[in-house]
Design a protein around this ligand. Structure first.
Ligand code: PBG
Length: 337
C-alpha cells in the first residue's frame, strides 16, 4: 500500500477474508500467466525423422527439422507465440573459429526458412554466439588464449545477418561480448534489416545451471571444465548487471533477458524497476532438469509447481519466460481458465 500511515489491524482487517472463496481469490490476484508469455526453446539436428534423447533433460529431444515443424504447430495451437531454436552441430563441422556459424546455409538458417515457410506468424528467436560451432565450446574466438571480444563481434555480425536473411524475427546475442548489440544493430540496419529485433542476453550470469544445455547442443564433451567467467557475470554481482543492461539498451536492444531465472529473481525485479523495459526470464536447462527429475519421481506435483515457478517470474517483473516447459505450462494455463 502506498500510504504507510494507514494502520491495518485485526480484527477489522482479516487477510483471510478474500482468501476464503475462489471467486475473490481470483479477483484480487495481482499477476497472471498467459500462454503468450511463453517462449519455447527447441533443439534441432541435421537429418530426417530423427529424434534424440537429451539424457540430462528428460522428455526434451533434439529433433530434425521435419519433426520440429510438428512441435511448432503444437505450440501455435496452444497459444504460444514464439520459439527459440538452438542447433546441435555435428563434430565434423566444428572448428576453432566456429566458421560454420557464418555459413548462410547452416542448420539454423535452413531450419528458420522451413519453419517460416509453413508458419509465417510464429516469432522465431535465434541465438547469436559461437559455442555450438567451436571445438573448444566457448562463445567467442580464442586468440592468445583469451576469448577475443572485438574479433568475435565481426563473426557475430555476419551470423546475425544470415539469420535475419533466412527469416529470423529476433536476434538474441547470448555471447556476452561488450559492444556487440550496437555493432549488430548497425550491421542489420546497413543491410536494410531495420525491423529485425534484438533480444539481448544482457544479464547473463556465469552459471552452473547451463550444463544440461551443453549436453543438448553437444559441447558437453568439454564437460564442466569450460569456464565462461571472463565474459558472463559473476553470480555474486547485481550492480554489474545493471550497468551491462544499460549498455545494451543504449546500443539498441529491444528486449533483454535475465538468465538463469529462479535464483536471479532479485535481478529481474531490479532491472524491471530501473529501466521499465521489456524483460524476459530464462528458466534454463539446469532448472528444467531439477524440476523434471523431481516431477518424475513424484517428489513434486508437476502441474501446480510448474505454474508457480512461472508465475513468480512474472511477479518479479518478467514480461515473459523462456522455458522448456512451455507446452506443458500452456496446457495447464488453458485448463485453469
Ligand atoms: C550459449 C547459450 C547457453 C545457453 C543459451 N545460450 C549456454 C552457455 O552460455 O554456456 C543456456 C541455456 C540453458 O541452459 O537452458 N551462448
Amino acid at each position: 500500500m502506498k500510504n504507510s500511515s494507514i494502520s491495518i489491524s485485526f480484527p477489522r482487517t482479516r487477510m483471510r477474508r478474500t482468501r476464503m472463496r475462489k471467486f475473490s481469490l481470483d479477483l484480487v490476484q495481482e499477476t497472471r500467466l498467459s500462454t503468450s508469455d511463453l517462449i519455447y526453446p527447441l533443439f534441432v539436428i541435421e537429418g530426417h525423422n530423427k529424434k534424440e534423447e537429451i539424457k540430462s533433460m528428460p522428455n526434451i529431444f533434439r529433433k530434425s527439422s521435419d519433426l520440429l515443424l510438428k512441435d511448432v504447430e503444437n505450440c501455435i495451437q496452444l497459444g504460444i507465440k514464439a520459439i527459440a531454436i538452438f542447433p546441435y552441430i555435428s563434430k565434423k563441422l566444428k572448428d576453432d573459429s566456429g566458421s560454420e556459424s557464418i555459413n548462410p546455409d547452416n542448420l539454423i538458417c535452413n531450419t528458420v526458412r522451413k519453419i517460416k515457410k509453413e508458419f509465417p506468424d510464429i516469432g522465431i528467436i535465434c541465438d547469436v554466439a559461437l559455442d555450438p560451432y567451436t571445438t573448444h565450446g566457448h562463445d567467442g574466438l580464442i586468440i592468445n588464449e583469451q576469448v577475443d571480444n572485438d574479433k568475435t563481434i565481426d563473426l557475430l555480425e555476419k551470423q546475425s545477418l544470415n539469420q535475419a536473411i533466412s527469416g529470423c524475427d529476433i536476434i538474441a546475442p547470448s555471447d556476452m561480448m561488450d559492444g556487440r548489440v550496437g555493432k549488430i544493430r548497425d550491421f542489420l540496419d546497413k543491410n536494410n534489416y531495420i525491423n529485425v529485433q534484438i533480444m539481448s542476453y544482457a544479464a547473463k550470469f556465469s552459471s552452473s545451471f547451463y550444463y544440461p544445455f551443453r549436453e543438448a547442443i553437444g559441447s558437453n564433451y568439454i564437460g564442466d571444465k569450460i569456464d565462461k567467467s571472463s565474459y558472463q557475470i559473476n553470480p555474486g554481482n547485481s550492480n554489474e548487471s545493471i550497468r551491462g543492461v544499460s549498455m545494451d539498451i543504449s546500443e539498441g536492444a529491444d528486449m533483454i533477458i535475465v538468465k538463469p531465472g529462479m535464483n536471479y529473481l532479485d535481478i529481474i525485479y531490479r532491472i524491471k524497476n530501473t529501466y521499465e523495459f521489456p524483460t524476459f526470464a530464462y528458466q534454463v536447462s539446469g532448472e528444467y532438469a531439477m524440476l523434471e527429475h523431481a516431477f518424475q519421481k513424484k517428489i513434486l506435483k508437476k502441474s501446480k509447481t510448474l505454474i508457480e515457478t512461472l508465475l513468480c517470474f512474472k511477479r518479479a517483473g518478467a514480461d515473459g519466460i523462456l522455458t522448456y516447459f512451455a507446452c506443458e505450462a500452456a496446457k495447464e494455463i488453458i485448463k485453469l481458465k
